[in-house]
Design a protein around this ligand. Structure first.
Ligand SMILES: Nc1ncnc2c1ncn2[C@@H]1O[C@H](COP(=O)(O)OP(=O)(O)OP(=O)(O)O)[C@@H](O)[C@H]1O
Ligand SMILES: O=C(O)c1ccc[n+]([C@@H]2O[C@H](COP(=O)([O-])O)[C@@H](O)[C@H]2O)c1
Length: 205
């Protein structure tokens, strides 16, 4: 990961990215614009402990797809931090590591979807999470959230232009032989075709 030396405001976009799609990219771009972020670091989850491991594609494939999808945007970077970390992936460890790397002056914004944010009270060490970063929840089609129940001043909600795309739908379309062109970047269509990802028997390794 090559990061800028002294950015002031850094977005961290966490996700399984199985596969990354245009909904993720639009969300990161909108939040970067709205909060005037210097860069957005995409962090593909290593071992998402709340998901069935048999249902999750190997981290290396998800990492490579994230690199391919973000390569053309100079504001976007990808971190291997969670892919390389042993054990269950906790956002608290990622934010602590990011904080150590960037130092105390930089403002960190953790970008996540309304569905994930709605479950944040179940996350590991939830209280410390809100001390390390500001949380930005993206309202996506089918998932609206209000900030009730979340700590005051620690969370912002942003409306993302309606892109009713999900990774689940992309995987199902590939399995059924349906096209995913224009739901994901062209390079991701080619990567999936080349590797045979999401066809029966090649979903997890
Ligand atoms: N179309 C979208 N618009 C806005 N945010 C999105 C969109 N799709 C995903 N996100 C958000 O991006 C984050 C990472 O998403 P994730 O990798 O889990 O993708 P997903 O499409 O929700 O996957 P899945 O369908 O497998 O659950 C999540 O917090 C999710 O809510
Ligand atoms: O830290 C936790 O306990 C935790 C529990 C569930 C999800 N997360 C993070 O939330 C982000 C979105 O996750 P997902 O499963 O919607 O792709 C991703 O960065 C995950 O690592 C984090």
């Amino acid at each position: 990961m090559r990061l800028k030396a002294h950015p002031r405001r850094v977005g961290i976009m966490g996700g399984t990215f199985d596969p990354i799609h245009h909904g993720h990219l639009v969300a990161a771009s909108e939040v970067a614009h709205f909060f005037r972020l210097d860069e957005v670091v995409f962090v593909p989850t290593g071992r998402p402990y709340q998901k069935d491991p048999a249902e999750v594609t190997p981290a290396e494939d998800r990492y490579l797809m994230t690199v391919i999808a973000t390569a053309e945007n100079p504001q976007f970077r990808v971190s291997r931090m969670e892919v390389d970390r042993e054990g269950a992936t906790y956002t608290i460890d990622t934010l602590r590591e990011m904080r150590r790397f960037y130092g105390p002056e930089v403002e960190l914004f953790f970008i996540t979807g309304a569905d994930a944010l709605g479950a944040i009270l179940s996350w590991h060490n939830v209280d410390e999470l809100f001390d390390l970063a500001h949380f930005v929840g993206c309202n996506r089609p089918g998932h609206q959230l209000t900030d009730s129940g979340l700590p005051d001043g620690k969370v912002s909600l942003v409306e993302i232009p309606a892109l009713a795309i999900s990774s689940t739908e992309c995987r199902e379309r590939v399995r059924k032989g349906e096209p995913i062109w224009y739901l994901v970047p062209d390079g991701i269509v080619r990567y999936i075709n080349k590797t045979g990802l999401y066809l029966d028997g090649r979903s997890a390794g």
